[in-house]
Write a protein that binds this ligand. Structure first.
Ligand SMILES: [Zn+2]
Length: 306
């Protein structure tokens, strides 16, 4: 055993003894405490209005995310507390903007399409009626021509119907050009939507994780969401980091580096959770202190030797 280790163990044994004397019966619970026996108290800090979400909605998504982890491990891990140290923030970024833009364009296109389809159907119905009238008139004209001409009254009626059909044809042409213009506008918007989607995908390639957990200030930031499942997934992922979970390799894991719509912990997630839950907080803390002291000891020795 090196001197560093001896010092480490001495510190550990003495401190544990002192803790036992001071805390008495509570000492056992303290010594056996794991990272999972600490319920993380959380609160909502800031929310950008452009997410179009209110505090209650966000809290209900966080509640679902917490529940999904808790059900998997069978213990309480998170609890809402307005003063909670772990705080959630919705931070607006370029991807959210692009995603909203896509949502708006899609909405626009849907309503344009809804308008256009019945107009086109009505146009086609009017054209069919027009064609029927024109065919009837033509066969009537042919009939009278074969007879060497129509009586004057009939002749005048045919001329009137011909004029009516001509003006009908004119208004049908006007309607057709208006519809062509609308279809053209529609296609321009489809093009705009496609380029926004392309832009969005390029941006996503650079930023696969849709949130971040920063351990120093116990802060979770969510940058972007497209739907409820994705948001719950991202919340679960960042809350997983907050408990101490690392990234895992499986594409269907909550702790996989890339975002998905999966909201149930996988086998990989559960074994990562078990690993973290088995870590003893006190031992971990002592281990870190001892490592630090050992480091100091080695550094001092080096200094003395030189
Ligand atoms: Zn992550």
């Amino acid at each position: 055993m090196t001197s560093g280790k001896i010092i480490g163990w001495l510190i550990f044994i003495i401190s544990a003894g002192i803790a036992g004397i001071i805390l008495g019966p509570k000492a056992y619970a303290l010594v056996t405490r794991t990272k999972c026996s600490e319920v993380r108290k959380y609160s909502v800090n800031s929310m950008d209005v452009r997410f179009n979400m209110n505090r209650e909605e966000l809290l209900s998504y966080i509640g679902t995310a917490a529940q999904n982890w808790e059900n998997a491990v069978g213990m309480d891990l998170f609890e809402y507390d307005p003063e909670g140290e772990l705080d959630f923030n919705l931070v607006f970024d370029e991807r959210q903007e692009l995603s909203s833009e896509i949502g708006n364009l899609e909405g626009d296109l849907d309503s344009k399409k809804e308008n256009l389809v019945p107009q086109i159907e009505e146009y086609e119905r009017l054209v069919a009626v027009y064609k029927k009238k024109a065919a009837d008139l033509n066969s009537e004209i042919l009939f009278y021509n074969n007879q060497g001409g129509a009586p004057e009254e009939k002749f005048n009626e045919i001329i009137t119907r011909q004029k009516e059909l001509e003006s009908e044809a004119q208004s049908l042409n006007d309607l057709a050009s208006r519809l062509n213009q609308s279809t053209e506008d529609y296609n321009v918007e489809v093009g705009k939507l496609n380029s926004t989607v392309k832009n969005f995908n390029t941006t996503l390639n650079y930023k696969p994780e849709q949130g971040i957990y920063s351990e120093g200030d116990q802060r979770i930031e969510i940058y972007f969401t497209t739907d409820k499942e994705e948001l719950v997934h991202t919340l679960m992922h960042e809350m997983g980091h907050a408990i101490g979970l690392d990234h895992t390799e499986g594409t269907s894991d909550i702790m996989f580096t890339y975002t998905s719509e999966i909201t149930e912990p996988s086998e990989n997630d559960l074994s990562e959770l078990k690993r973290v839950c088995a870590e003893n907080v006190l031992l971990d803390r002592y281990k870190r202190n001892i490592d630090y002291l050992k480091q100091m000891f080695v550094e001092n020795k080096t200094t003395i030797a030189s």
